[in-house]
Design a protein around this ligand. Structure first.
Ligand code: ANZ
Length: 906
């Protein structure tokens, strides 16, 4: 065996053996040695976007998955770890624009590069199941499912609002709109209405929510469940109308003379001092016809973002419409305003303004001098003075409150008051209790090239006609190079050539919209299970492997991806394609990988970021980083240039603070990269990059290797029998007469093993690594001289260490396992049974008890660990300390705290 740890050689050797053996291919028929079927375990990482290079977040994600896979395989499970590529999407189009290469070419070469990197990491992936969502064999099933959903009304067509760049004459994705302008042209983006397809996820809202709330997902982090709950956003309240006589230009009554609002606080109805409608509301439109200033205001509102997040931080602004509506209970006239904080897409796009008890209304009323009328008070102190100029949190409370200044409702608590108001409105025929959801139907049409073609043909006579199943897949041409001026499919001749209407056979046009890429990722994990089935979307494999036992991915997917995947699963269940209600039994959201951020303002006022490796931090008196200087000349700036420190942030290209895993692998090997990312933080916490700790991880592996080399020498120097005995001895430990030191070593190793096993089970992989470090310490400190059974204890201990370390650093451990002869005796490391804690090894031979006389500490006595009461008493009474301090007195009483102390009362 070589003395020196050469990771590159070792890793090549191990990977070559795995490749030749096809070591990670799994089937549905795996059995154990006794021929019994093994339990299945499906462990999957969220599939990556093929950007071209792995980043540290990927390394972390896949190493977690790999450790789980290797550990459970040794525990006897039939474990599947697949991998694929989320290969459609905007970045490929942007790259095409920049480099003039077709998105397909860019995507496939990126896939090849990233796959090579994953293979260099030594991941236990079953590559025979690899999928790329951009190949027709995959996306045909998107199309097939879409057609099934159309048949059932789950997919439907309606107009949608899109971002339109008037210069490039193209639809922009939301992320291509920056401050209301097109990312390429800088032109003011317009909103346009065009037809598109939607999926009725709202039909599943109740089930999606109830599985989150009622513990159908016990293996999910609470944080993610809460985010899903909020996103689905079930709100119980009252929907009712303010009657009015507002008419449009043509004199028609708008919305039949009823302005509907939705409120969760019907108990505050007597505090309404105004109503506010969304800028897109028909009443606003009617008012704009007569009021140019208002029309301008409405237009300005529409320019900004319309997401809730943007709404929440926006300054509340509004303008009166000049119209009034009638309060349904008091009959008073209530002015109608347009408010930029009212969302057209929620409830009825209108609110009743209760400034005394709603914080947004409060801000609005104060800004525009609208009256503020208190109608709720604390039950404990209903007479407390009300100050309409200062917002107080309790105004918005619903617990422990009563209605005031509310006529016949006075004195009712929140719940009863809501009920009473609702009943009255129902009686008047103006309202009812309802449930409102935040969740919207899923808009899947994208006016983009690089995605799944939507299988629709437009016929002049028959409209939008589904492509027949027999004509699937509708294949996306691969030769387009988007140039930024719209979807190239629109003008692609081959795509439209010979297309006829499936109903009448007359010439027709293909739909050129493609599907949102969230469709691709909504079910890819099912396709891994039957990847080569050409007849069905899913089959036997899905029946065997589903539900997924452990899903691993970033918290950034806590809402959309996971919600879409859950929805899609339920639809597939309703189509009898699979049996599961929920796809993912357990979910682990791994933490972000962070690094320091260094930047400098450029003379032009821009910002330039510097790679942390290129700077020398400057520390303040407290040792905190206060700034930095350049270590070498960078981008024309000389070494020594002063640089600013911005703090710690997620590794990202835009901040130039990423660490390239490849550089790490090239320098230290994959095992170090893996060990480092696992050791530095628990999987769910964020990980702050630290070059010194990378070096430390490498040194640890080098020490493992050095220990093995030493152990090998011990073996090789002994006679043949001893060599055999040392390793073979671990299979019949009960026959080995261990000396004291060997027993102590075994105790330490098995104690740590117990902790490591516990940590493996809860996926606390950082402390798994520290456990192996403790084992190595114990082995290194062990002195085998003149100790019976020493070599067997070492062989056993090191064999346990190798197995515990193997899921983290598989190459090193795999090679040592063979070199040292473990494989020959115990079998191949990939499938060798996981080590068990030997209870007899944990037993202490002797324990030390504190000796007290009349409660005073007087010394200690050593007794056999299994000594009974009588033996302990004898040991205490015969001890030197007792003789010295008791002065011959007779003991009156002896108290024993097992394992701890003995107190003799004299
Ligand atoms: C009056 C009121 C008084 C309200 C009060 C709250 C507190 P959630 O719980 O999120 O469903 N609202 C209704 N439609 C809206 C829209 N289209 N855009 C913006 N806000 C809207 O929120 C329901 C509450 O949000 C409703 O209850 C309404 O304000 C507002 F002391 O009505 B409330």
């Amino acid at each position: 065996m070589l003395d020196k740890y050469l990771p590159q050689d070792i890793e090549r050797l191990a990977q070559e053996q795995w490749r030749v053996r096809d070591a990670y291919r799994v089937t549905e028929h795996a059995t154990d040695e006794a021929g019994r079927p093994r339990h299945k375990y499906y462990a999957c990482s969220m599939l990556p976007y093929p950007s071209g290079k792995l980043h540290m977040g990927h390394v972390r994600n896949y190493t977690i998955n790999d450790m789980l896979t290797r550990h459970l395989r040794m525990k006897g499970y039939n474990v599947l770890m697949p991998m694929g590529w989320d290969a459609f999407g905007l970045p490929a189009e942007n790259a095409a624009l920049k480099h003039g290469v077709p998105p397909a070419q860019w995507t496939f070469s990126n896939i090849a590069a990233m796959k090579a990197q994953m293979q260099a990491l030594g991941l236990a992936i079953d590559w025979s199941r690899e999928i790329a969502t951009c190949i027709p064999e995959y996306y045909r099933w998107n199309q097939w499912m879409f057609l099934r959903m159309l048949e059932r009304g789950i997919a439907y067509r309606k107009t949608q609002v899109v971002n339109w760049d008037p210069v490039d004459k193209t639809v922009l994705a939301n992320e291509q709109v920056i401050d209301g302008r097109g990312w390429r042209t800088g032109a003011l983006v317009e909103k346009r209405e065009i037809p598109g397809y939607y999926l009725k996820i709202t039909d599943y809202a109740e089930e999606l929510l109830s599985h989150v709330l009622h513990d159908n997902l016990p293996g999910w982090p609470d944080r993610v469940k809460k985010m899903q709950e909020n996103w689905i956003g079930k709100s119980e309240g009252v929907r009712f109308a303010f009657p009015h006589d507002i008419r449009d230009e043509a004199g028609n009554l708008i919305q039949n003379g009823k302005l509907y609002v939705f409120t969760t606080r019907a108990d505050t109805i007597m505090g309404v001092t105004f109503c506010a409608v969304a800028p897109e509301h028909p009443i606003a439109a009617a008012a704009c016809q007569r009021n140019a200033e208002l029309a301008q205001f409405v237009e300005a509102c529409q320019r900004g973002g319309t997401t809730e997040a943007e709404m929440a931080v926006r300054e509340k602004e509004g303008m009166p419409t000049g119209f009034v509506v009638t309060h349904p209970l008091t009959g008073q006239a209530v002015p109608v305003w347009v408010g930029n904080y009212v969302l057209m897409g929620y409830g009825d796009g209108a609110v009743m303004g209760v400034p005394a008890h709603d914080e947004r209304d409060f801000a609005f009323a104060n800004k525009y001098g609208l009256p503020i009328q208190q109608v709720v008070a604390l039950a404990a102190n209903p007479g407390e003075a009300f100050d309409p100029t200062v917002w107080k949190d309790w105004y918005a409370q619903t617990h422990g409150t009563v209605a005031v200044h509310s006529g016949s409702f006075d004195g009712l608590d929140h719940r009863h008051c809501v009920h009473a108001v609702a009943q009255k409105l129902v009686y008047m025929g103006l309202g009812e209790k309802t449930v409102t959801w935040r969740l919207r139907d899923w808009s899947i049409s994208r006016q983009r090239y690089w995605g799944t073609p939507i299988p629709i043909i437009h016929c002049e006579e028959h409209g939008a006609v589904p492509v027949p199943d027999s004509d699937l897949p509708v294949v996306l041409p691969l030769d387009c190079i988007p140039d930024g001026t719209g979807n190239p499919l629109v003008t692609h001749e081959g795509f439209h050539a010979g297309v006829t209407c499936p109903i009448c056979g007359k010439p027709a046009r293909r739909e050129t919209d493609t599907m949102d890429t969230f469709v691709d990722s909504a079910w890819y994990f099912l396709r891994y299970l039957d990847p080569h089935d050409t007849q069905a979307m899913v089959g036997e494999g899905a029946r065997y492997w589903m539900p997924m036992d452990q899903y691993i991915g970033g918290i950034e997917h806590a809402v959309l991806h996971l919600l879409y995947a859950r929805f899609w699963t339920k639809v597939m269940r309703d189509l009898d394609l699979i049996e599961e209600d929920e796809p993912f039994t357990r979910l682990l959201t791994q933490g972000m990988v962070l690094n320091q951020i260094y930047s400098r303002r450029t003379p032009q006022g821009g910002k330039e970021y510097f790679w942390p490796q290129d700077v020398e931090p400057i520390l303040d008196e407290e040792g905190k980083i206060a700034g930095a200087t350049l270590l070498r000349s960078v981008g024309g700036l000389p070494a020594g240039t002063r640089i600013d420190y911005e703090g710690i942030g997620t590794m990202s290209k835009s901040k130039n603070n990423g660490v390239d895993p490849q550089a790490l692998i090239d320098k230290y090997g994959a095992d170090t990269a893996r060990l480092y990312t696992m050791f530095t933080a628990p999987p769910e916490s964020s990980l702050e990059w630290n070059d010194g700790a990378v070096e430390g991880s490498f040194r640890f592996l080098r020490r493992v290797w050095a220990y093995a080399a030493r152990f090998d020498v011990v073996n090789a120097n002994a006679d043949a029998e001893a060599v055999q005995a040392s390793i073979a001895g671990v299979t019949r430990l009960q026959d080995v007469p261990f000396g004291d030191k060997a027993r102590a070593l075994r105790r330490e190793v098995h104690q740590v093993l117990g902790q490591v096993n516990h940590d493996y089970d809860r996926m606390q992989y950082n402390t798994v690594v520290s456990g192996t470090m403790k084992m190595l310490h114990a082995l290194e400190d062990f002195d085998p001289a003149a100790c019976p059974g020493a070599i067997v204890a070492m062989a056993e201990g090191f064999g346990i260490l190798l197995r515990c370390l193997y899921p983290v650093a598989p190459h090193l451990c795999y090679v040592l396992w063979q070199e040292l002869g473990y494989a020959a005796v115990l079998g191949d490391l990939l499938d060798v049974p996981w080590p068990r804690v030997d209870a007899t090894a944990l037993q202490l031979d002797e324990v030390e008890l504190v000796l007290q006389i009349n409660g005073k500490l007087r010394g200690a006595v050593r007794v056999p660990a299994d000594a009974g009461r009588h033996a302990i008493e004898q040991a205490a009474l015969q001890s030197e300390a007792f003789a010295r301090f008791a002065h011959g007195a007779t003991p009156k009483k002896i108290v024993i705290v097992p394992g701890r102390l003995i107190n003799v009362v004299v």
